[in-house]
Design a protein around this ligand. Sequence first.
Ligand code: FE2
Length: 284
Amino acid sequence: MHLDADQLDAWERDGFLTIPGAIDPARCQELMQRADEIVTAFDPATVSIFSTHEQTRTSDEYFMASGDNISCFFEEEAFGPDGRLVHDKARSINKIGHAMHDLDPVFDSFSRQAAFADAAASIGIARPLLLQSMYIFKPPHIGGEVSCHQDSTFLYTDPMSVVGFWVALQDATLENGCLWAQPGGHRTPLRKRFVREPGGGTSFEELDATPFPEPGGSELVPLEAEAGTMVLLHGLLPHWSDVNRSARSRHAYTVHIIDGATSYPAENWLQRSPDLPLRGFDAA
Ligand code: FE2
């Protein structure tokens, strides 16, 4: 399923590309089933709340250790004032991350199917390496906003190379918090980098003061997507998703891929154990 000339033109013009029907619905179901099993087995004693709001993320050691394991993160609104879950555990999870693609056979197989490999080859990633996977739940009523950001902020390489491969496992609509993106925004500068501090902890290193488009404004367009749709996202593309206040979940899966010909900084938050080197699309 290599991309055609029109798709490549759209990718270069917009910095994103939507490919309806790219992934077999049966494979989407299989991945959803596996994610459900992981959450069922998850012991909430190890609690982490995921947010792109800075204070939470920077102080979260559970998050920092999750680059090479399988961790579950709660929604910010999952807990009541008494500290207890308001909903069932399964309806309280924000995401699973960040190395299922290398540690779980179902995720490994899903992430290395031809649709991903062919798209990566088509857009010219010379030596693709699968860096990060995220299973995003966007649960009913409490699915959190993901503030406008560029993926290169979190997954920086020199030169920049990260591309996000996002798959709608369920229909993503305006009501349940679909992606929004800025067409052409991949030609704007990288605003900041999320870095590990030498003495421990993390911070955002400010690089450029260009403001992001306003959520809800005219610069961002909604990327509504039926289940099975793949969306490619350039690492510099500003994108955002709103809260989900609807009664329907919005499950999605992303794999972030870098070019192994670039250098990967030691100050990036995501670091892998030498025991778990990055792999490409080849079978283990
Ligand atoms: Fe992102």
